[in-house]
Design a protein around this ligand. Structure first.
Ligand code: IPE
Length: 250
């Protein structure tokens, strides 16, 4: 089982509110079609969900946020999800839309539901889920990031590989020269915060990738603008990107 997170920064234009990068999504779909292993796709919010979360001051912390914001964030994620699903369908893949409300209870994943998603994926259908505004309980809601969903799914399904598809080649050891880190063996890279992002941008991705690799599973960061790299990562071929090598107790 492979988990693929399509980052909001690659599937949307983060500089422009509510704009999807349709051509990029189509190219990603064409590459995903070449993978013949069961997979689950998770996508982020980019200039859809993040745009509205910032407007309504909503974050990952469970709080009593403006209900109008909750409704609007949710609606915008449906809109982006539809664009992703349409592209997958057009490219002859069989997506199975699976909103996070279908497997989350409060801030915890429902194991039984997640295992059901695995069964669905094994038939060849491709479950597709996404980061969203979710009900927590006692009038509180929160923003669940797609990165966090990756950790929830990896933990329950022990996926062979988790791939975070980014708008960059991977993690850089130096932002100026863009010198790529090819492999991490448990060490924590230093990264700068992105304040515009309610779920923590790259910091969150590295945090979740580290958690997954500590559970013993490999994680790749790859550039979604070069989607053939995803196929290479899955097929264990030499590719450009950052590998968080799966290790226990590091
Ligand atoms: C965010 O999901 C979802 C919302 C803001 C509603 P992510 O945090 O996974 O989104 P990206 O990939 O960073 O854009």
């Amino acid at each position: 089982m492979i988990l693929i997170k399509l980052g909001g920064s690659v599937i949307t234009n983060k500089e422009k509110s509510l704009s999807a990068r349709r051509k990029t999504i189509d190219n990603l779909a064409t590459s995903l079609k070449k993978i013949d292993e069961s997979m689950i796709i998770v996508h982020g919010g980019g200039s859809y969900g993040h745009y509205w979360s910032v407007k309504y001051d909503m974050h990952t912390k469970e709080k009593k946020y403006d209900l109008r914001g909750v409704a609007i964030v949710k609606n915008s994620m449906i809109e982006l999800n539809k664009i992703v699903l349409d592209s997958l369908l057009k490219n002859k893949l069989n997506p199975y839309c699976f909103p996070p409300t279908g497997f989350m209870l409060g801030n915890k994943p429902i194991s039984k539901k997640v295992k059901e998603i695995e069964k669905i994926a094994k038939t060849g259908l491709i479950p597709v889920t996404y980061g969203d505004a979710l009900w927590y309980g006692q009038k509180k809601t929160y923003i669940l990031s797609g990165d966090k969903i990756m950790t929830h799914l990896a933990k329950i399904l022990k996926s062979r590989l988790s791939i975070f598809v980014l708008n960059e080649d991977g993690l850089y050891s130096d932002l100026k020269s863009k010198k790529l880190i090819y492999e991490l063996n448990g060490e924590r890279p230093l990264i700068s915060e992105n304040k515009k992002d309610v779920t923590g941008g790259m910091v969150r991705k590295v945090e979740e990738a580290s958690k997954i690799s500590k559970m013993g599973m490999n994680v790749f960061f790859v550039n979604g603008n070069k989607p053939e790299r995803i196929v290479k990562a899955v097929k264990n071929r030499k590719f450009e990107g950052t590998l968080f090598r799966g290790k226990r107790n590091v």
